[in-house]
Design a protein around this ligand. Sequence first.
Ligand code: SF4
Length: 592
Amino acid sequence: MNTAADSAAYVLLLFNECSLALLHRDGPGASWQATAGGRVSAAQTLEAVVHEALGRVAGAGGRAVPVATTGGAALYFALVPDAAACTTTGGEWGRFSLLEMAALAEQGELAPELTAVLPAVRAHAIRIPYLNHSESDYIYRFRTEKQRNRSVYRYDEGASRLYQSVLCEAIKRLRRVKERSAAAPALLDFGAVRYVLPSHFGFCLGVQNAIERAYETIAANPGRRVFMLSELIHNPFVNEDLTARGLRFLQSDKGRPLADSATGRALWDDLRRDDIVIIPAFGATDEDKRRLIERGIELNRHDATCMLVEKVWKAARRYGKLGYTVIIHGKHEHEETKATFSNSSIFAPSLIIRDAREAERLAAVIAAPSPEEARAVFAATFAGRHTQGFDPVRDLQRVAVVNQTTLLRNETLRIIDQLERAYSQRYGAVAVAEHLYSESRGDTLCYATQVNQDALGRALELPLDAALVVGGKNSSNTFQLFRLCEKKLGLAAHYIQSERDIVSLAELEHFVFPHHPGDPREGRTERRGFLGPQGASARTVLITGGASCPDGLIQQVVARINGFFPAGQLRPIEQVLAELEAADPKGDDQRC
Ligand code: SF4
């Protein structure tokens, strides 16, 4: 697409921040035209002509990006600040969403050359909000300590109760001296009962960012409708608090469209240009983003995709460009994995595998003695989890593994080992490196998942009577923490959503996480024994929370258990905190 000889015609479309196309017409009754377009002479380069055309309508500094060649014309997009556009005089300028452009085309009000490229515009619409991003840019970087807005956690009594905890603050200040490495756990000795809390638990940087942005956006836009694509994070109490403040969800965490309770219509269908839609920390599929772009919703400013999720997308893209098929270790029903799959599919054949059991099946496909057998085993296990046209014989020749950010690192490593053995068996040990990208050993796991798991591992080394893992019913990283506890403590490890699940010292409601979709024994709560009757000797309870668990919930759990003891049997919290301060391991190798 470099010379006029390669492509003699071009169409340049300008978009503003809301992905609205800036179209021009000579006057009422004339058809709407692209920002610029036409043919170039043999003496000109296409880039120079497009750049000059862009400068004429939007001033200097813009960047036109070639996105496709369609119907003999090179299609260029440019993203410009709304105010910078339309500097030419004469005629009329209008701003149109892609859906509105389609309607104009149907009514014959769009210029034929623009109508001809409309399918390509739609096909590449996902690029519009991110046109000015380079490979090394992230949609949304973590806020620095200075940029953070902690005031949202103290908006009112409800927010304070949910997010604030003197106990957790003290533990994090004293124990979480390095954000990314685990340290010794904290012991809180209340006398009748003791608690062990890992150095790292609860909110990660990605979740903090998303929450602060959501509260800020609601507060800053009192007259506008603010939606979230789906749950901001996997914590029902946080989501309930946000909805109480006016936020609405467009779809469930499984992607099911939600309806307006008054009209019964799907909220998606009623979206308006001036609505705000926040993309949650897990990111969104390209399909969902395209639907928002088509409606003229400003995407980039309200995209709270965690940069560590985006890092996985970038890794998948890199592997795809290197010619590898991307194997995604994740749960196909999880929003993050869906978004990763959607991103990865653009650049590479992609396949989702859930766990080591499925990796064993994939290994059987790789090692199958005949193509027919390989295809049969593949179809029996992976239907609906791969890109269209995926051929296991062709597309499993060279693979690279990425993972959902919130799984157990050891499981991803185990899967890579399983694949390594399969390729070794198929092609011989010396040839494995040609078939399996081996520099990515679980390096797309997020730091918060890893450090929460590491810190929990250290806490689990202490003598314990029970463990409580606090988190939402669909929180993958919470479930991974629970599995670590269960491995050590068996039936004394419990998954709860909040203090309300603790019935008494003797009993609680344990949530059986739906690890295997469709298994009727999972996805429900069951009553279980907890610590035994009051009066038993002092018990030690480990408490931790997933990356989406607010500190306030941890404190409520402590308060709930303490509440079962007569006040006289408990040491005052000030004394417990003072002891924690005194035990602070200053100067040891865990400090910065
Ligand atoms: S758990 Fe990790 S990937 Fe997910 S939001 Fe938090 S920091 Fe980001």
